[in-house]
Design a protein around this ligand. Structure first.
Ligand code: NAD
Length: 353
């Protein structure tokens, strides 16, 4: 059975979906594209896609799946309209601007009985999946501190992403991807503390620091920087048995260092500096640690599985990969982070759930 995809918003991401669905996904045809901007419609036409002149035309057509890839402030209205028109819907992240908008979308999902999900494509990133396996295989023991970080030095794209009412800023843009990954690894945190910086953007955050606090000893520190010129590791994960780092998107650089012995011989040495000394800072001798390369995992999941799962769900053959709970939980953490940054205080996530 071949499904028909209609795309609303043919910008950077909408055109990426169009081309990647065409080239990589079987059983789904890109049938119709709508963008409010004539130039974008012309671009879609030049790339071989059929276009229409209005969203209504697309929603009244025979497409059975609609992808929403507009700026964030339009997501909710288009999602509700598409669901109420009897279409299955994939929405780009963030699903919408706040929990009230999400309530409206969820009511439309219930009303229509249609399939709805969000394109959390970073779940298929190699670096993330390696860390997931490293944790599942207990290679660093019980984690207590995780840094999930991204560094760029271009600030944020100078379009609607710089405008607050459009849903701009790094928290909605990159933060929610990294939050979704953290929630997949560790579940919903108890509370958050967030610092949202404005380095060059007066209206929206353009560098974020989020501290996700879990019961017990675990903190996940999420950093997405847009004005840093020397990168730190993408992942830095410490557990009670050792530490793992991954530096790049592809998991090619990084290592795991495990402690062979937990007891410490304090007579081994001392770091002397001009102003003092420290026994704590003396590194472990080589024989007390094992250094491993990052394992090469074959058969890591790949992005095509996202759309394959969407089509299987529409046909009633699978349960959805990015669930209603995942969508609600990740947005709830984003909302708690906005509140935390505004009040400069710790905010419990459950008040948004
Ligand atoms: P973009 O500015 O490149 O494209 C947005 C497009 O929407 C433009 O072509 C614009 O003309 C069109 N548009 C604006 N208002 C519209 C309206 N009311 N109706 C129809 N079309 C309208 O932005 P982008 O980078 O493609 O981002 C679009 C969405 O995709 C955002 O929600 C963003 O967060 C998401 N995104 C996701 C990823 C990812 O990896 N999952 C990556 C980039 C962007």
């Amino acid at each position: 059975m071949t499904h028909k995809l209609g795309i609303i918003g043919y910008g950077t991401m909408g055109s990426w979906h169009a081309e990647n669905v065409r080239d990589r996904i079987q059983g789904l045809d890109v049938a119709l594209v709508y963008d409010i901007n004539l130039e974008k419609r012309e671009k879609a036409k030049a790339s071989g896609f059929a276009v229409c002149e209005s969203a209504d035309e697309l929603l009244q057509s025979d497409v059975d799946l609609v992808l929403i890839a507009t700026p964030n402030n339009f997501h909710k209205d288009y999602c509700v309209r598409a669901l109420d028109s009897g279409k299955n819907v994939v929405c780009e992240k963030p699903v919408c601007m706040d929990m009230q908008e999400l309530d409206e979308i969820e009511r439309a999902v219930e009303r229509s009985g249609k399939f709805f999900t969000v394109h959390f494509n970073r779940r298929w990133d190699v670096d993330y999946n390696i860390i997931k396996n490293v944790l599942a295989e207990n290679l660093v023991g019980k984690p207590y501190q995780v840094y999930s970080r991204l560094f760029s030095n271009r600030n944020i794209p100078g379009d609607w992403r710089t405008v607050k009412k459009s849903g701009g800023g790094f928290l909605y843009d990159w933060g929610i991807h990294l939050i979704d990954q953290a929630l997949q690894l560790f579940g919903v945190p108890e509370s958050v503390y967030a610092d949202l910086k404005h380095i060059y953007q007066p209206e929206v955050d353009d560098a974020i620091r989020l501290n996700l606090k879990y019961p017990g000893n675990l903190n996940v520190h999420i950093i997405a920087d847009s004005w840093t010129f020397i990168n730190e590791a993408r992942w830095h994960v410490s557990g009670d048995d050792g530490t793992a780092t991954i530096y790049d998107w592809f998991g090619r650089t990084g290592k795991i260092v495990r402690a062979n012995v937990k007891s410490v011989d304090w007579t081994q040495g001392c770091v002397y500096t001009e102003n003092g000394l420290s026994r704590s800072m003396w590194p472990r001798p080589q024989k007390e640690v094992t250094e491993m390369e990052i394992p090469v995992y074959k058969n890591l999941p790949y992005w095509e599985l996202f759309y394959e799962n969407v089509l299987d769900c529409i046909e009633g053959k699978a349960t959805q990969y990015v669930t209603k709970e995942d969508i609600r939980n990740s947005l709830a953490v984003v909302m708690a982070c906005f509140e935390s940054a505004e009040k400069q205080s710790v905010v419990e996530v459950k008040k948004y759930l």
